[in-house]
Design a protein around this ligand. Structure first.
Ligand SMILES: N[C@@H](CCC(=O)N[C@@H](CS)C(=O)NCC(=O)O)C(=O)O
Length: 91
């Protein structure tokens, strides 16, 4: 999974802290001005953090969650088995 965000973004720090706390591996993608990195990931949303799940070789994300609260809540539900696994969050 990839976490799109930038250094100094408090909402991104919140999600990174949560991922570390839960021991979830991820790849941090630092976004630049205008957030071109979000193109093809999420449309009409220019805030970070955004979390994206990818299949092995896919360049298109299988699932995308925006908003730090929604990211934490979604991952927590998946970990607790009360939501469908999103791709495979252990990857
Ligand atoms: N409710 C959102 C707020 C996210 C937010 O405000 N992110 C800021 C950065 S900390 C942002 O992307 N601002 C627009 C920008 O930097 O261009 C969340 O919890 O994720």
């Amino acid at each position: 999974m990839r976490l799109f965000g930038y250094f100094g973004c408090p909402y991104c720090a919140k999600v990174r802290a949560y991922l570390k706390f839960r021991g979830i591996d991820n790849k941090d993608v630092e976004v630049s001005i205008g957030k071109p990195e979000l193109k093809g990931v999420i449309e009409n949303y220019l805030q970070v953090p955004v979390l994206a799940f990818y299949n092995n070789s896919s360049s298109e994300p299988d699932a995308v969650v925006k908003d730090s609260g929604a990211i934490v809540s979604t991952l927590e539900q998946v970990l607790r088995g009360v939501a469908e696994p999103m791709s495979d969050i252990a990857k």
